[in-house]
Write a protein that binds this ligand. Structure first.
Ligand SMILES: Cc1cc2nc3c(=O)[nH]c(=O)nc-3n(C[C@H](O)[C@H](O)[C@H](O)COP(=O)(O)O)c2cc1C
Length: 193
């Protein structure tokens, strides 16, 4: 099973890096698989620590994919790292092992502190739709435009029926990113023809 979370790591200059990541839990270990190259990969190698944040603030997922990377953080307790201030729960981890791979290495981590901050509120379809759309946005360069547009059209049903203001804003950011991407691609192909 994969949990869609937000992983925070520390940059060498002491600032925090925030990135949505799918996390697996196996034999009570937490598996983080950042693509190469990525800041999360570099930071895990350099610092050997991270925080896995569970949050339903989907503006953070959409924000990180659309250039809005500044979200409030506070210090973690047992690792030298920051965590999301608004996380519903967070897990502080240290890297135990790295399985190298050209494209997608796996960091096996052990938890050193698990803290719950807020109760589980239940599922929301619009939040799930934003997460799905954020994943589509992270794959714009890999997937055909037709597939992107048809999936967004389907996901839009959940937004229309169940979104709150934050989900609507997150959705809008993602739609703008999609349009920018295809507009730029059209301009570039016009320049090259
Ligand atoms: C829900 C969700 C899950 C993601 N999971 C991963 C992941 O497991 N590994 C990864 O490398 N990128 C993942 N991404 C994409 C990264 O968040 C994004 O590409 C990010 O920029 C990673 O690179 P960075 O560490 O340099 O910021 C995910 C994106 C979303 C929206």
């Amino acid at each position: 099973m994969i949990y869609e979370t937000v992983v925070t790591t520390m940059n060498p200059d002491g600032t925090v890096h925030i990135a949505p990541m799918g996390i697996r839990v196996e034999n009570r270990k937490y598996l983080i698989s950042p693509f190469k190259p990525s800041k999360t990969f570099d930071n895990l190698v350099n610092s050997g620590a991270a925080v896995i944040n569970a949050t339903d603030e989907v503006m953070i997922f959409a924000g990180c994919l659309t250039g809005r990377e500044n979200w409030p953080t506070v210090s973690a307790e047992r690792v030298d790292c920051e965590r999301l201030a608004g996380a519903a729960a967070h897990i502080e981890v240290r890297v135990e092992r790295r399985e190298d791979d050209e494209l997608r290495p796996v960091f096996t981590c052990r938890s050193v502190n698990i803290v719950a901050h807020a109760p589980f509120k239940g599922f929301n379809r619009a939040q799930a739709a934003v997460i799905e759309a954020a994943i589509l946005v992270s794959r714009l360069h890999l997937l055909p435009e037709e597939k992107i547009r048809s999936e967004l059209k389907y996901l839009n049903n959940a937004i229309e029926k169940t979104a709150g203001e934050k989900e609507k804003t997150a959705w809008q950011w993602l739609l703008e990113k999609v349009e920018d991407y295809y507009n730029n691609a059209a301009l570039a192909s016009g320049r090259n023809s």
